[in-house]
Ligand binder design. Structure first.
Ligand SMILES: Nc1nc2c(ncn2[C@@H]2O[C@H](COP(=O)(O)OP(=O)(O)OP(=O)(O)O)[C@@H](O)[C@H]2O)c(=O)[nH]1
Ligand SMILES: [Mg+2]
Length: 157
């Protein structure tokens, strides 16, 4: 029997650190960018506790909503990367609303803690949501946050 494989999508606003987060998790990865901005997707995979995890990084610009929709098909869980120095944006609100409706397990990465260590608060965030302080450029908090999400996915299924 084929082992269950897990699909995770990295969502969040423009420039919040999604690609950097994925690069930190996956040794092998592919990116489709224009001048450092994701315009299609990032992809990488990793094996954790014997299970293959496929990770798709989404573009953050508002106009790429259609691409976030395509990448989010059949996802098991999501990492929503927030730029802590900016807080929750309109794009983040839309993303979180959709995840809440679909009842998809998600964690928030409160990224760029080295720039502004902010507390992320918003009524759209489900109360039990883990909010993990991260610095994607150094890897701080990333592994721990991913494991937290994987355990949430396991507990749901
Ligand atoms: N200081 C700091 N810079 C960061 C951090 N994470 C990412 N960056 C920087 O922020 C910029 C954007 O990072 P990306 O990972 O490309 O952001 P993104 O969310 O993939 O951007 P789009 O795909 O265009 O939406 C890059 O210059 C990163 O080096 C962080 O934790 N701290
Ligand atoms: Mg990107």
């Amino acid at each position: 029997m084929r082992k269950k494989e897990t699909k995770i999508v990295v969502l969040g606003s423009y420039n919040s650190g999604k690609t950097t987060t994925l690069e930190n998790i996956c040794q092998k990865k592919a990116k489709i960018e224009y001048n450092g901005t994701t315009i299609a997707l990032d992809y990488g995979n990793t094996i954790i506790e014997g299970e293959k995890i496929h990770i798709f990084g989404s573009p953050g610009q508002e106009r790429f909503e259609f691409m976030r929709e395509i990448l989010s098909q059949g996802l098991d869980g999501a990492i929503v990367v927030i730029d802590s120095s900016k807080g929750i944006s309109n794009v983040d609100e839309t993303i979180l609303t959709k995840l809440n409706i679909k009842d998809v397990p998600y964690v928030l990465f409160a990224n760029k803690q080295d720039i502004k260590p902010n507390i992320i608060e918003h009524h759209i965030i489900k109360p039990e949501t883990p909010i993990i302080p991260t610095i994607a450029t150094s890897g701080k908090g990333i592994g721990e946050g991913l494991l937290t999400l994987l355990h949430m996915i396991k507990n749901k299924s």
